[in-house]
Design a protein around this ligand. Sequence first.
Ligand code: AMP
Ligand code: ZN
Length: 471
Amino acid sequence: MKLYNSLTRTKDEFIPHEPGKVSMYTCGPTVYHFAHIGNLRTYIMEDVLEKYLRYTGLAVKRVMNITDVGHLSSDADTGEDKMLKGAKREKKTVMEIAKFYTDAFFADCKKLNIKLPDVIEPATGCIDEFIKVIENLIEKEYAYEAGGNIYFDTSKLKQYYLFNNFEEEDLQDGVREGVEKDGNKRNKADFVLWFTKSKFDDQELKWDSPWGIGYPGWHIECSCISMKHLGEYLDIHCGGIDNAFPHHTNEIAQSEAYVGHKWCNYWFHVLHLNTNDGKMSKSKGEFLTVSLLEKKGYNPLVYRFFCLQSHYRKSLVFTYENLDNAVIAWEKLLAKIAKLDKNGEVDTARFEELKRDFVEAMDNDLNTSLGVTAVYNVLKADTNDATKLALIADFDRVLSLNLIEEAEKLNSAEEPAENDEFATRIEELIAQRAAAKKEKNFAEADRIRDELKAQGIILEDTADGTKWKRA
Ligand code: AMP
Ligand code: ZN
């Protein structure tokens, strides 16, 4: 399999460090808020990568952290801690916030058929490991104490800027968003490993350390959690493209300083999902979550399908129009699958031939768009239905779109499709509104109309009763 590697900036043949086994690390969510569908694009594509590696017969061990401490408002170690900000916003404790949004993240993953990694470790569970690694870095003079904090000294490295797109000039104070002058730093690119002093509100969570009571920096957690579970050699490290710098650059710096050799061979970065007006945000504009899509009547798997239709190395624009186009394609695809006859025998020779299309697509830097096309090609192929169904089930081990189950729902009268449930809910509200109007409770009738409007549903009162449509 060929994978684009941000480190070499080429598509490289993927060769694991230990034959037959893959160690894979994923930067987990910062659990201060719900994940937006942009974050989830990254997790969907990483899930496809993991599942495809398994599909080819490799034994994958995948580890993910949960960032519940240390991620400041800017990735460059300045600003307020995101978790503390979330706790203040909701008037809860940091641990309550962490628990709530970790569970919400898992629930989103379930809806999107994202398999959870084999190991999931919250940063707050690994404080001893962080301290051990930081002590070692100080001993080797890769790290220093200044103004109460421990910093990594980037000048000790032969090469710091490994992903090339960034250079020292980018770090000039005030030029890059969120970078403020920190007089303690020996070099502009140096970053914090352990904080005991912050000019922002005090952390709720603090631990004793050889350098005083404090808390870890964000970058150290991923290095330590990865090494704790996957050892000194990592095959693939994943994340969204924004993580390449400074987060992943700093992870490489400190991990390689610690282990004394190359740490990770392949860096897999997913490009962003953007809105029409730019960056996806949790605070500005519509906060796009999986639950919001569900409320608007979309099956979460359609969002997964939408993501798979484009390559992970291209940025993707989210609009409801684009998603509606995915719905149309999805429904047509399911309708075709629903017509296939389960009876009959699988033609194994044709199965192997037709499978090649899919494997070729996915072997070529995880081309999921062509992977989905392979499903259409199977439907058009000259073979019996049983073989087609077997191939679709086989590809779906990786695509995870529940294609056969979803198609069966179309055929089954007892089990209403997701969209039918949605329609039933709307019809119920329309009936309640009609009853309210009859009782001259116009305030209640208006409230119901507004509630539906907030879900993107417009009502039209006609001579034949009230009709609804999507806004
Ligand atoms: P965070 O919870 O902020 O630590 O981010 C979780 C993951 O989502 C990281 O891998 C980020 O790189 C990724 N990410 C953030 N924004 C986007 C976006 N708009 N599109 C795709 N991935 C994103
Ligand atoms: Zn990370």
